[in-house]
Each structure stands twice: as C-alpha cells, then as structure tokens.
Design a protein around this ligand. Structure first.
Ligand code: SF4
Length: 240
C-alpha cells in the first residue's frame, strides 16, 4: 500500500499526534478514527491489563479470543472469570476446523508454524473480516522486532488499522497496572509461567531466563505469526 494513500496518511497523523500519549488516549482516538475495532486477546499472563483498559474506554468493546483447542484448562477458566469480572459482554470465541489438517492434534510436533497458521492465523484473519481493524497488546520491550512499534499501523495485506496502545509500556508498567487495579492474575503465573500460550508449546521459566523462554522451548520459533508485514503473514508477534 503506498504511503500516501488516505489510510496511511491518517495513521501517520495519528502516530505523530499521539506517540507520546497515554494508552487510554490512544484507544480513545482509535475508536474515534475506526469505531469498528476488535480487541484480540489470548487471555494470557498479561492480557488482563489491556482488556481492563479497553473496557474502561469502551464498555462494550468487541473481544476476539482464539481458542486453539490446545490451551491450558486454566486459561479457559480464567477467560470466563476475567470476562465476568470486567463485564465484557462481547467476547467471541473463535476456533479453527482442525478435522482435516490436524485430526490427531500432532501437527505442533511436526510443524509448529503450520499449526499456528491453522489454529491462530487463518481463523483470526477470517474473524477480522468486516472489522476496520484490531487492537493488540504488543509492546516494544518484548523483542527486537517490536523495538520500533508505533501506536498505530496499517496492515498492508488487508487495509486494516492495527492499534498497539501498550507499545511504550515496560514490563513493570504492566505489573503496576494490574496491581493498582487489583486485576485477577492467570493462575499459571504463580506457577512459573510469565508467558502463556498453548499447553504443548509452553513450559515454566527458570529465574533469570527471558520471560518468553518457555514458548516453543528448543524450537527455532518465538512468535505465533498472526501479524502481517509488507503484504505477508509473518512472525512478528503474539497479540499479548
Ligand atoms: Fe500449535 Fe503450539 Fe502454535 Fe498452539 S502454540 S497453535 S499448539 S504450534
């Protein structure tokens, strides 16, 4: 998409205006610019911060939760608990049809990229049809690929806007927000899981390890690949 198309110009203006603004301000302007946004959440270790913030800005925010059907049972219980406690009335649970491509749930062992593509990327892309854009919990501190993450992006492959209201937050900011607002923690955090994905691909993390070291441990993979850059689906980050 050329950088002088109307959407890119609008997103560029929003970034110039709001790059130093608080996350709530970014969200308010995002909903003004594109009212039909969906918040995509994994209901993982840190997700509750963005869910709470978004519900504060827009009470009836549309949430999309990707149930890969290989999540920890604790995540499914936590998802329902968080939705109830935050008063999230519009949580849509989305699931892939895996009956043909992965009938025995073993694709993650043979080809984790294909598994993430089947269970996350494709199903999310279908669910986002009809939305102006989506809100993610990505943050600059999470990896080098995210070091330049702006609050607003244009998803070139789809022409949707992507909003990263927590882009400038540190790990401590997330923890402070959760503590200050007395938000419920995912039960696996206390059991050594600072980052939580699917059960077969997530291990606890030892003290001193990178918080994401338990994701796809031992595999050449550290992202789920549900983002688009330069027209292609690429590994640029989990949503939360
Ligand atoms: Fe499959 Fe693992 Fe990706 Fe989950 S995280 S979709 S189990 S490869």
């Amino acid at each position: 998409m050329p950088l002088d198309d109307p959407l890119s110009l609008r997103v560029g203006a929003l970034n110039t205006r709001l790059k130093h603004h608080a996350a709530a301000d970014v969200l308010r302007h995002a909903f003004e610019a594109a009212p039909n946004l969906a918040l995509v959440s994994s209901f993982g270790a840190e997700s509750v911060a963005l869910l709470h913030l978004a519900a504060t800005v827009k009470r009836d925010v549309q949430v999309l939760f990707i149930d890969t059907m290989l999540l920890f049972p604790e995540t499914l219980v936590y998802q329902r608990d968080v939705a109830r406690r935050l008063g999230l009335r519009r949580v849509r649970v989305i699931r892939a049809d895996t009956s043909v491509a992965d009938p025995d749930d073993t694709l993650h062992q043979r080809d984790p990229d294909a598994c993430c593509d089947l269970r996350k990327t494709q199903v999310l892309n279908t669910a986002l049809e009809g939305f102006d854009g989506w809100i993610t919990g990505r943050k600059r501190f999470q990896s080098g690929q995210r070091a330049e993450l702006p609050p607003f992006e244009v998803e070139e492959a789809t022409g949707r806007i992507k909003v990263n209201p927590l882009a400038h937050w540190s790990a401590a900011d997330v923890q402070d927000y959760i503590a200050e607002n007395n938000l419920p923690r995912h039960p696996l955090v206390a059991r050594g899981y600072p980052s939580i994905g699917c059960a077969p691909c997530t291990t606890p993390v030892a003290e001193g390890e990178d918080p994401r070291a338990g994701r796809w441990r031992g595999k050449d993979k550290d992202e789920c690949g549900i983002h688009f850059v330069n027209g292609k689906m690429v590994r640029t980050g989990a949503t939360t």
